[in-house]
Design a protein around this ligand. Structure first.
Ligand code: ATP
Ligand code: MG
Length: 272
């Protein structure tokens, strides 16, 4: 069964910025679909279109349709879409940093029927036991990885049928990224469909069943995650990207070492 269906979607910001054009793909129920693409490809735009939040960013859908569970949602407001079973973790996590962990979770459950909130909370704390330990602390004091877990937990308090995640790995250490990958798998195994936007193609293709690749607002590739992982285009464009950033890190380290060496030499000159 198809849970989410995107058809010929076009999006514009303001009068002139055409951010997306002719994008179509289906998200099968109970699956994990990865959305890959480099900076500015339109990944966040796509998630905003699905969650009905484009207008908050000065954008609008100019063509196409989005169906959730057989109902068109592309003209609905965000709250109505949430009630229909959509959860979203936006870019940069955006937990309420002055509110406690517990209050953040409670906020996530406001649209959940009161009779189901305790069960939703129990499921979230079962998945993220650390959040229970830190329940009374301000969310802003959590580490980046913990804040990401809280942002995901907050969205799961709404018991969504489909969860949209916008670059959950951003700025986190490799071990934490792996943990987030496992979390996505667990959420999916507990019955939630996931749309996972990532620049970390390796992690995303490891946990996803299928994937689509966006390039400057258009859909360039789609296929099984395993196939895409093996494809030369993906290797070159995205998996190679990691090697490149490692090279970059090496280069930075090299520069730092050179600076240190220069300073040592100049110190020697002074002490000589
Ligand atoms: N609020 C906005 N107003 C105007 N243009 C925007 C706005 N948000 C995004 N855009 C433009 O739309 C295009 C797609 O941006 P989007 O943020 O969706 O890309 P992205 O794939 O999420 O990139 P990143 O990986 O950097 O998060 C870009 O050209 C961007 O400049
Ligand atoms: Mg983005």
């Amino acid at each position: 069964m198809i849970l989410l269906s995107i058809s010929d979607l076009a999006v514009r910001y303001g009068r002139s910025v055409k951010a997306m054009h002719g994008v179509s793909f289906d998200v099968p129920d109970q699956s994990v679909v990865a959305v890959l693409g480099s900076n500015g490809a339109g990944k966040s735009t796509l998630l905003r279109a699905i969650s009905g939040t484009l207008s908050l960013h000065g954008g609008e859908i100019t063509n196409g349709t989005i169906e959730l569970d057989g109902t068109r949602i592309d003209r609905m407001d965000p709250a109505a879409i949430v009630r229909r079973g959509l959860g979203q973790v936006p870019e940069n996590r955006q937990v309420f940093s002055r509110m406690s962990v517990e209050e953040n979770l409670r906020a996530g459950g406001l649209a959940t029927p009161p009779s189901r909130r305790a069960a939703a909370r129990a499921a979230v704390l079962d998945m993220f036991p650390k959040l229970a330990d830190r329940a009374s602390q301000p969310a802003g004091l959590l580490s980046g990885g913990e804040q990401q877990m809280l942002a995901i937990g907050r969205a799961m308090m709404g018991e969504p049928k489909v969860l949209l995640l916008d670059e959950p790995s951003l700025g986190l250490a490799p071990l934490i990224i792996e943990q987030i990958g496992r979390t996505v798998t667990e959420i999916n195994e507990r019955g939630t469909t996931v749309v996972l936007v990532e620049q970390n193609a390796m992690m995303a293709l490891t946990v996803a069943h299928t994937a689509v690749v966006l390039e400057v607002g258009e859909l360039k590739l789609r296929g099984d995650a395993d196939e895409l992982k093996a494809s030369e285009d993906i290797q070159r464009l995205y998996l190679g990207g990691h090697a490149e950033s490692e090279e970059h890190a090496d280069a930075e380290q090299g520069e730092a070492a050179e600076r240190l060496e220069r300073r040592r030499k100049s110190l020697k000159v002074w002490s000589a």
